[in-house]
Design a protein around this ligand. Sequence first.
Ligand SMILES: Cc1ncc(COP(=O)(O)O)c(C=O)c1O
Length: 375
Amino acid sequence: MPMNDPSPLAFLVRPELAELAAYVPHPGTYAVQLNANEAPDLLSPDTRRALADAMLPPSLGRYPESHAESLRELVAARVGAGAHEVLATAGSVEAISLLIGTLGRPRQGADAATMVTTTPTFFMYKHCARMHGMHVVEVPLDDAWDLDVEAMRHAITRARPNLVFIATPNTPTSNAVSEDRLRAIIEAAPDSLVVIDEAYAAFARQSAGRLRREYPHVAVLGSLSKLGFAALRVGWVVGPAAILHEVDKFRLPYNVPGPSLRGAVFVLRELGAELVRLTSFVIHEREKVAVALAGMGFGVAPSEANFLWVDTKGPCKEIFEGLAADGVLVQSHHAREGRIARHLRITVGMSHENDRLLETIARWAPGAGENARRG
Ligand SMILES: Cc1ncc(COP(=O)(O)O)c(C=O)c1O
């Protein structure tokens, strides 16, 4: 929202908000939008219609299920948990905010609770922590964009965080964290809640879900957003029942709207084959785009997500703007400092969108001269 004159009540606003900006998606419309890690829409017209029918409740005048029981049971069955270990949320960002809000009690002698996370990672961990007045310790990823176990251990020992947030696969870097590294962090933080964000797990070789069953202080986040259903705004957290019991008090009633809840149940119950088709398609296209970009001389990190982390080998502002001028929107990190500033994050889209990206970006191929010379 545009800012008008400062309010005379500004002195009542939480001071942490002064350092935050409201989330604003990139403005404008582009023929090819590969900036938000959304999934290509592969649903047939019949399936779309069946989903739309399923979403309409028998009465729009009634509140939806109060505790999203039907969705929680389905998620629980998929991950080998009890329904009491699942909380359904309006996108997994709501789960992030609820967990931080609930586990916000400062430890003895501290002025505020602390979160430990990595950098770069999903910006909402820090945003939600700060909006709840929590301190944030960000531990840089190592040279290969992987979790730096020693630095994380050190941060955990010093900061004694209430929460540790790790995304695997991570955004924007696209790589998954190995089970050994996750285990090392979980064991280093026995009196914190370690939250593993698996928003992109469907595109990865393995899920970290097993760790939740092994350790009582681990929670795992899931979402339908990267599977073709971002518009539904449905996510969940699977975690320790006693903690979720408290989180449930923090949750506002009917947090997941009825049509979204019904839609999510339909997706998980009826569209298993479509989800498999989507993930296979994205993984196939991802590899195609990765090979093509690497062939042009770009650095492409091994991806286990539905997007690629591309080192342009130089400042990427010009490439980002050139792509946008041609109707192809990607996410650029040129405004950041350090090695990140050379990187674009490119979502895998429909085949024709990926082809258009490749055609356009070829103009800035770092190896173009070399390849031409070799050819
Ligand atoms: C790592 C990660 N977690 C969670 C989310 C948010 O997902 P949702 O749409 O379920 O709120 C995103 C979205 O980009 C993400 O990258």
